[in-house]
Each structure stands twice: as structure tokens, then as C-alpha cells.
Design a protein around this ligand. Structure first.
Ligand code: URA
Length: 237
């Protein structure tokens, strides 16, 4: 149990003073009733709090799934470009949001945005072997030897040694479509892996983190909150 004003201010969008003012004006309800006492204690897991009729999320941390479009950078803020955090709608926004892992500006698909540094570290650390799954369209066909060397842990042009990956050809055409799963997140990793086999990635899309697929109801640029059951799918192997 925690004070209402403290919880609301900890969400990061309102100062303690603004929270008090909003409560005083009767804009907050607690379990359906207007509440004017900012010191009332609430249970973040059970109580329902609204601001101007919108239900507020009172959880300690938030985890958001974004279907990233092309042309957006994976950062919290930028003076020049639109960022993935700029795409988070007001009702999910909090202070301290950042993308847990970066996609290139031209890569599309699943970006997890959170304010939970420990969780981000857990899913990104290569030693935890949480696979990120991408669909790549390639310039040229892949040979069986290419697949073997990618899967066994290829060495990049600059000598970087990579861990194992999983590669599956989905459409064996002139410009094949390939599913690749990696558990590291080195700079331009997938593009550099295929470049090391003399190939080129034409388009890249992240479809899955751990065992959680990008929700195909999300149009490019749309976000939604990840449920606790879904979070477990990311970290379970
Ligand atoms: N690998 C890449 O090359 N780019 C991405 O955006 C993600 C993985």
C-alpha cells in the first residue's frame, strides 16, 4: 500500500504538485468514486484509479510492444529524428522509457520499450540465450555451406566471433526470404552476418523476442502494453 499522490507522481508525467492539484479538482477516481484526499493509501495491484475517466496503469514498470516502422530511430530522444519512444501514446508514457535493444533505422518490427533496466539487461545479455527472430529478404540465394557457417558461429569481416544462430529458408526464390534467430545484439549484426557470406540484406523485420511474437494486429507505428503472461514468454526458453 502506498499514498495515492506518491504513486501518481512516480509515473513520471506529473509532478507531486500537479498531482495534488488534479486530485483537488476531483479529476481522479478511486474504484469509481472521486477522491480528494491525496494521502489515501492504495494497492497498485487491485485498486482502479482513473484520470478524467481514463484508467491509469499503476504498475512499478511498464513493458510496451511497438511495431516499428522504417525511418524511426531506436533511441529515447533525438534532436533530428523521430524516435521509438516518440511513438508511445500518452496513456502508456512514463519518464525513463527506452528501447530494450536497438533496431536499425530501416529495420521494422518488434521493439520492446520499457523503464525497467534490469529486465532489459536480462533479455539482452547474450549469456541468457534469449533468441531474437528476424525475417530477412536477401539479394542472393544461400548455399548449404553459408547456412552451416552462419549457424555454427560465423566470424565477421572485422574478426568479431559470433555465437551460434539458427537459419531457415522460408522462400527459396532469387531473392530468398530467410528466418534467422540470434541471441546477441551486435551493431548491424544480421546485415554483417549475411555480408560475411557475400550476401546482402534487402529488408529486415523482427518478428519475435524469446517466444513472444509481435502482435500482428499492431499496424506499423502502433504500440500496446505487454501482459505479464507475455513477458514470461520472452524470458522462458
Ligand atoms: N541486425 C541488423 O543488422 N539490424 C537490426 O536492426 C537488427 C539486427
Amino acid at each position: 500500500m502506498e499514498r495515492l499522490d506518491k504513486i501518481l507522481a512516480s509515473q513520471g508525467t506529473l509532478s507531486r504538485k500537479e498531482v495534488k492539484e488534479i486530485i483537488r479538482k476531483g479529476r481522479i477516481t478511486l474504484n469509481g468514486n472521486v477522491v480528494k484526499d491525496s494521502s489515501v493509501k492504495i494497492d497498485e495491484n487491485k485498486d482502479v484509479v482513473t484520470l478524467d475517466g481514463e484508467v491509469l496503469s499503476l504498475k512499478k514498470h511498464i513493458y510496451i510492444m511497438l511495431n516499428k516502422p522504417q525511418g524511426i530511430i531506436s533511441a529515447s530522444d533525438s534532436d533530428t529524428d523521430e524516435t521509438v519512444v516518440d511513438l508511445v501514446p500518452e496513456e502508456l508514457f512514463r519518464k525513463g522509457l527506452f528501447p530494450a535493444g536497438r533496431l536499425d533505422k530501416d529495420t521494422t518490427g518488434f521493439v520492446l520499450i520499457t523503464d525497467d533496466g534490469d529486465f532489459a539487461h536480462r533479455i539482452l545479455s547474450p549469456k541468457n540465450h534469449i533468441f531474437k527472430t528476424y525475417i530477412a529478404e536477401l539479394q542472393h540465394k544461400l548455399s548449404d555451406d553459408d547456412i552451416k557457417s552462419l549457424e555454427n558461429g560465423i566470424v565477421l569481416g572485422d574478426g568479431t566471433e559470433l555465437k551460434e544462430s539458427k537459419v531457415e529458408v522460408i522462400e527459396d526464390t532469387d531473392k530468398p526470404l530467410v528466418r534467422i534467430q540470434i541471441c546477441e545484439g551486435k551493431y548491424h549484426q544480421v546485415k554483417r552476418m549475411f555480408a560475411a557470406t557475400g550476401n546482402k540484406v534487402l529488408t529486415l523485420h523482427r518478428e519475435k523476442m524469446g517466444e513472444l511474437y509481435l502482435d500482428n494486429n499492431l499496424k506499423p507505428g502502433e504500440c500496446r502494453e505487454i501482459t505479464s503472461d507475455e513477458l514470461v514468454k520472452i524470458i522462458s526458453k
